[in-house]
Ligand binder design. Structure first.
Ligand code: FIX
Ligand code: ZN
Length: 430
């Protein structure tokens, strides 16, 4: 923001006159500051079918699928046999018509409709479908980024996904400067036999035994894909029982291959810890559960590799405070986001509050984890409101003691939280 813009908000001189004005400005800037969304499952338009958007994709979001089944006595097979449009109709009836859409994900859909200028009061799903039908993917990306104030999006990129791999191997994937890649390596750590088969089929000479040759080839695989994607970080999600160090495959993979490659490429390693996959396999993607994790394993990694940066989020509420305390001890640790089941207003409020109380503004308070493009609208709007409120409370406390933050300082702090902390941690300050 330029100082000219700053002055229009506060009047002459840019000084904030009252506590009410301090709160208003903070909350307004929290809503309008541009965001870097550092973990999503969104794609640029050139990824074709992987780029999900529109009413039916929104309604069949896996968060809403699991919520709908709470109201159903039908079989899972019946649901999965339906077309996407039928599934969307079914979910709409269960969560929006037969019951009120008060959950975070359901109310988020209403926020999206409203911000897209659709008549929420009509409750006419076909009208909503119709209204979006004439848009192109590119137009919708532009419109949603504009409405949500999201300026830059990190994708989640998996070379073992056939559709995605073709885009990268044909030289695509980097055509839209608003999107960057993150190399996702879950199966290398969590399903090694599968990863071996996949890497072999791509021409890497690996075997299940942890031989010197395999280590060399895994490093070559990681290095080549980081280069091909210009990946900004290496990422993995881990179950809560991940322990480091241990006499196991994960520790060998991290020590011998992943950390050396991250260091050679100068990129952080992002760990998302605390997911128990498929506790109800019938729900497919919606069947994952949260699980408490071992913060001491993160401590061991940060201590052992002080030159390596770690981006860290955990899924269990019970781990959050300890993780924030750990970030006070290790500057190579950046805590980020309120992940998945924590991305609900009460948890965002609680976590944002104590993270700021423990770490000041040196944290990345949120990422969206969106899978469907328009979700950027609600996920960021709901979180921005909370971040603004928490920050305003803290500035008011300072005001009472005679420390008056200026509008420029508020803008700087919000820019750090929503944008710069990520880029600075990467060593790519913008
Ligand atoms: O592992 C992840 O990146 C998770 O965020 C996803 O697997 C999960 O399905 C999700 O969409 C959570 O928001
Ligand atoms: Zn995710």
């Amino acid at each position: 923001m330029t100082s000219a813009q700053v002055n229009t908000r506060t009047g002459a001189g840019g000084a904030i006159q009252t506590k009410a004005e301090l709160r208003r400005i903070t909350e307004e800037l929290a809503m309008s500051t541009k965001v870097t969304d550092m973990h999503t499952h969104l794609y640029a338009a050139e990824f074709g079918e992987l780029m999900l958007w529109g009413i039916d994709e929104l309604l069949t979001y896996h968060y809403l699928i699991s919520e709908s089944f709470r109201w159903s006595e039908g079989t899972y097979e019946e649901f999965w046999a339906m077309s996407k449009r039928e599934q969307a109709d079914w979910i709409w009836n269960k969560l929006f018509i037969e019951h009120s859409p008060v959950s975070e994900a359901a109310s988020g859909f209403i926020t999206i409709l409203e911000r897209l200028g659709l008549d929420v009061s009509s409750r006419n799903l076909d009208d909503y479908r119709q209204a979006l039908a004439s848009r192109t993917t590119e137009q919708q990306i532009d419109a949603v980024m504009q409405v949500s104030g999201v300026e830059h999006i990190l994708m989640t990129n998996d070379p073992f996904d056939k559709v995605e791999r073709e885009v990268w191997l044909s030289g695509g994937g980097k055509g839209d400067a608003r999107f960057s890649a993150a190399l996702r390596v879950d199966s290398l750590l969590n399903d090694w036999p599968f990863a071996v088969r996949e890497m072999k089929s791509l021409g890497y000479e690996v075997e299940e035994a942890w031989t010197e040759g395999t280590v060399t080839e895994v490093k070559r695989f990681l290095g080549e894909w980081i280069g091909r994607m210009d990946a900004l970080y290496l990422a993995v999600s881990m179950p809560g029982d991940f322990v480091y160090p241990a006499q196991d495959h994960r520790t060998r993979m991290i020590d011998d291959a992943m950390i050396p490659v991250c260091q050679a490429s100068g990129i952080p390693f992002a760990l998302m810890i605390g997911v128990r996959r498929r506790v109800n396999p019938e729900l497919r993607l919606a069947g994952d559960m949260s699980m408490r994790s071992d913060v001491a394993s993160v401590e061991a990694l940060c201590r052992r590799y002080p030159e390596q940066k770690f981006l860290l989020t955990m899924l269990a509420r019970e781990n959050q405070h300890e993780l924030a305390v750990l970030a006070r001890k290790f500057r190579n640790l950046m805590v980020f986001g309120c992940w998945w089941f924590l991305h609900i207003e009460s948890m965002v409020e609680e976590m944002t509050r104590f993270r700021i109380e423990l770490l000041g503004t040196s944290v990345i308070p949120q990422h969206s984890d969106c899978r469907v493009f328009e979700q950027l609208i609600y996920k960021w709007e709901h979180s921005r409101r909370i971040i603004g409120r928490v920050l305003a409370d803290k500035y008011e406390r300072l005001w009472d003691s005679g420390w008056k933050v200026t509008e420029e300082e508020i803008q700087r702090d919000l820019d750090d939280l929503l944008n710069q902390n990520f880029w600075r941690f990467l060593g790519r300050a913008r």
